[in-house]
Design a protein around this ligand. Structure first.
Ligand SMILES: [Cu+2]
Length: 159
């Protein structure tokens, strides 16, 4: 005759289970969650560059025959100096600024006017600003007018 209460294996399993559960919860609470919630470290200089980099959306850009679309077509900027880029729509048609690669900046979010609340299509006369917090090459285009292409190049500031 064997009763459940006297089964030593059963008692050991419960203790082992509680230990494993406790370790798992501690790991989740003190190691996993802090790592997930930690904001990436970005210097104050990158968050507050001293100058802005301007790009103009030229009048007539809705037509593929227009000589220019985003000017400068390739905008070069330095981290900690000019890594905030501001586009102004000087056309009479609405346009977007949409990353070719679906780039999402860790601080600023998606590089796409269509994914920024309250922007969407950039209407005539409006501006859109985006803070790039990482060096790199960021090709972009206009969603309704794919012949409109541009590039932002962010380089490290060596000054
Ligand atoms: Cu457009």
């Amino acid at each position: 005759m064997e009763s459940i209460r006297e089964n030593p294996i059963g008692g050991f399993s419960i203790i082992a289970f509680i230990i494993v559960l406790t370790i798992s919860m501690a790991y989740f609470q003190f190691i996993y969650l802090p790592q997930i919630n930690a904001k990436p470290h970005v210097s104050e200089k990158i968050l507050n560059p001293t100058t802005i980099t301007e790009v103009s959306i030229m009048e007539g850009s809705a037509l593929p025959s227009n000589p220019q679309f985003y000017v400068p077509k390739e905008a070069r900027a330095s981290l900690e100096v000019s890594n905030k880029v501001v586009w102004t729509n000087n056309d009479k048609t609405a346009h977007t600024i949409t990353s070719d690669t679906g780039y999402v900046d860790k601080i600023s979010g998606p590089f796409d006017t269509m994914k920024v609340e309250g922007v969407g299509l950039l209407t005539p006369g409006k501006t859109f600003e985006f803070l790039f917090t990482h060096e790199g090459e960021y090709p972009y285009h206009c969603e309704p007018h794919p012949w409109m292409t541009g590039m932002v190049k962010i380089v490290k500031d060596f000054s």
